[in-house]
Design a protein around this ligand. Sequence first.
Ligand code: DGJ
Length: 731
Amino acid sequence: MAITFDQVSKTFYLDGKNITYAFFINEWNYAEHLYFGKTIGHDDLRFIRSMGGLSALAVIPGEIRPRDTWWRMDSYHVFPSELTFYGSGDYRESAVLAEDIQGVRVSELLYVSHEILPEKPAICGMPSMKGGETLVVHLQDKYNGFGCDLYYTVYEDADVVARRAVYRNNGAEPLTLRRAYSFAFSLMDQEYDCITLHGTWARERRIDKTPMHHGVFSIDSKRTTSSAVLNPFLALARKGATEEHGDVYGVSLVYSSSFVLKAEGVNDGRTLITGGINDFDFSWKLEPGTCLETPEAVLAYSNEGVGGMSRCYHDAYRRYLINDRFADQPRPLVINNWEGTYFKFNTEKLKALADGVAGTGIDTFVLDDGWFGVRNDEYSGLGDWFVNTQKLEGGLKDIIDHVHGLGMRFGLWFEPEMVSEDSDLFRAHPDWAIGAPGRPRCRTRLQFMLDLTRKEVRDYIVDAINKVLRENEIDYVKWDYNRNVTESWSVGREPERQAEFAHRYALGVYDLCERIVNANPHIFFEGCAGGGARFDPAMLAYFPQIWTSDDTDAEERTKIQYGTSLVYPLSSMSCHVSAVPNHQTKRITDLKTRTEIAHLGPTGYELDSSTFTDADREEIRNSVQAFRSIEALLYQGDLYRTENPMEGNYFGLMVVSKDKKQGVLTAYRRTLIANEDPAVLKVRGLAPEKKYYVPELELTLQGSTLMGVGLPAKFKPADFQTLVFHFLAQD
Ligand code: DGJ
């Protein structure tokens, strides 16, 4: 049993593989947090309760504190919380704020009952982790019919707790939610650093570390997408915790719209963590008998440092989030025409690109942007999902047949959520583009966003794209998304419901994914967002891999892939080998370096392959073979980050199989430094007692030796060089 309830102490114990999460229903029927961390016994934990934050303490509404009992725990403000609410004496960050028709914004959500379900019910209209025993705790405000169900799911083979809240109107009058977060929980001190992933286009998911302080540390997105600017992820690492050691707590939101995550240093010395849908520009009307489901927050804990937390997420997402038909399976190895041709192509050119890689082991040809409508640059055509026969004279069929004839699969690019100003679709339905009445719209690439909150708009997109997929033999789709919402407003929606837009847009995206991605299970879908601007767990539920960044420069990629790996498994990071000078940075790196860095995820090529010589093809054939030989290890093994490229001249990622029989280390040195002290590369994750053959050294060494001594960093004497070591257990 992963979930147990002690009737006497009214404590819930949720046990994962190596973790316990515990809370109890206190004497005021409040869900009070007790513990989250390494596995512990099911003892009565109430002995650790203590009073803090006594300044101007508000006693629970209606209670009279007896004289001389100032230590009595009778204020919501002092309880480590499972869900903070507003207006009843708790001054911490509220997880929820509900307003009734009289404008009253006071809540008291208290325990009524609970149930333990053998399997987690899916969230209506939103992706979430699968399976897992689930606790549902029903809370109710007795004054206005406002209710909340707290969901907790744990897995016997994973170190995560999946949490969400469902807000219900069980009363007779409408309620308006001004804030509706997914969860709250408390850590008992404030000795933490907040770790987040920030970025921008072509510089996605760099690591930030901010010391926890009094007041609120907060990250968010207001873009109606998760964004490259801040990923929906927050970790609290105990001071002094490193990549390999120490307590680290993670929160990862399965959500693709405007979010917020907060860690509050409270006056009681504790840290309150909460978040979910961003309440900036948000409200949600709850009619009687309706509910709002919030996105799932996946909490992780490891005492093996930041690396341990990452392995918790990788295991959990590979097993319970990513489509299990693909999660750890070999991926299409693509040639994509984007950087090879941009918009300048015709059928002959595309055929030449495909011919250029035939027989190398590259097995999928992906036709990127520009095949449809009148789309000769980025300023027109989006939304017109019919083939441009001026460019592709034989239609899609001709090029698809050619690619299939070479024994390769065929992939096609779409940007389903968009419409160009210069398109038949926009001319026919200008009101389908998101915009506010009487105001001009912001342009990005002269394109607007379609209003996915409207069913008729979604129906059009689904029909148009499914028609192309039905009428052509398409094996692979790249789903792009190149701008963010600006003027969020929807035709036909009542004014008091306009601030529901950002969440309704997310529900619209998920509906499209259900009706296009899940309705075409024979097609492999890759996610993309102007590079990696929508790299989040919700998208991973539909797209087993996501284009990590438009920046394919090997040097830049070491940082992007390192940061991304904090939460996301290598199998989710799509990586391409591109031409030099690199199109984003103009940097020149060796093909070997570009290839070995790209081989740290589902790999592909993106360059003009029509000019390849036999020697180029031979080199690619060998590298494809090398990649295929480690692919299963990369997707199924445990990741150890051995050198941080943001902190030094080196980058290192090592993957070790679960049975410890195999490992691979990819290391990289940025610049050659004259007369540099010889460096040693760290080796991690091997079984200390096993002996490993390292072909690159032609040596067999014990795991403990390799991990204790490391490996010589004998890079070629030049800038931007890689070394790859394999470890093969001999017993
Ligand atoms: C942005 C993507 O990240 C690129 O790979 C490419 O597909 C372009 N969009 C096409 O417009």
